[in-house]
Design a protein around this ligand. Structure first.
Ligand SMILES: [Zn+2]
Length: 161
C-alpha cells in the first residue's frame, strides 16, 4: 500500500514532533491521528523520559481514540508516525479498532540504526506491525524522510554518551 504525496505533510509533522521530543530530552518519536476526512484529531510525541516507558505517542493516540471516537470513526482514521509501531502500540491500535498505519521508518531500520549507535537492545522484540496486528493496513517506510528520523535518533543517543 503506497504513501500518497498528500500524506507527506502529516509525516513531516510526525518528524517535527519527534524533534520536539528530542528538544525536551526524550526519545525522538512523534505521531499524528488523522480522521477519514483528513482532519488532524490529535498528536503526541514520546514522553518516556518521565520514567514511564509505556508513554509512546501511538499508545496515547490509541487510548485517546477509544475515549473520543466512535468505532466507525476509529476504523476510518489513520495514524501517521515517525517510527513503526512497537508491539505494545500495534496491539493497542488493533484493540481499539483504528485504521491504517503510515510510518516513516520501519522497526527494522530503527533496530539497525540503534545497533550501529551501540544502543542496547530493547526489552520488547521489534516485531513488525503485520506480525502483531495482521488485520491492520500498513504503509512505509518513506525514504524521503527517513534520513531526518535517523539523524534525530543519532543526536539523541550520541548526546547521552
Ligand atoms: Zn510503542
Amino acid at each position: 500500500m503506497p504513501v500518497n504525496d498528500d500524506e507527506l505533510p502529516y509525516l513531516r509533522r510526525c518528524v517535527e514532533l519527534a524533534a520536539e521530543a528530542l528538544e525536551s530530552g526524550d526519545e525522538p518519536f512523534g505521531s499524528v491521528l488523522v480522521a477519514g476526512d483528513g482532519t488532524v484529531l490529535a498528536e503526541d510525541h514520546n514522553r518516556v523520559a518521565s520514567g514511564d516507558r509505556t508513554r509512546h505517542p501511538e499508545f496515547e493516540l490509541a487510548r485517546w481514540s477509544a475515549a473520543h471516537l466512535s468505532p466507525a470513526e476509529r476504523a476510518a482514521a489513520t495514524v501517521y508516525t515517525s517510527g513503526e509501531h512497537c508491539p505494545m502500540c500495534a496491539a493497542a491500535h488493533a484493540w481499539v479498532g483504528l485504521g491504517r498505519i503510515v510510518y516513516v521508518a520501519s522497526s527494522e531500520q530503527l533496530v539497525s540504526w540503534l545497533t550501529e549507535l551501540g544502543v542496547p537492545s530493547s526489552p520488547v522484540r521489534p516485531l513488525p506491525v503485520a506480525e502483531v496486528a495482521p488485520g491492520v493496513t500498513v504503509a512505509g517506510p518513506v525514504p524521503e524522510l527517513a534520513d531526518e528520523v535517523r539523524e534525530l535518533h543519532r543526536r539523541f543517543h550520541r548526546g547521552r554518551d
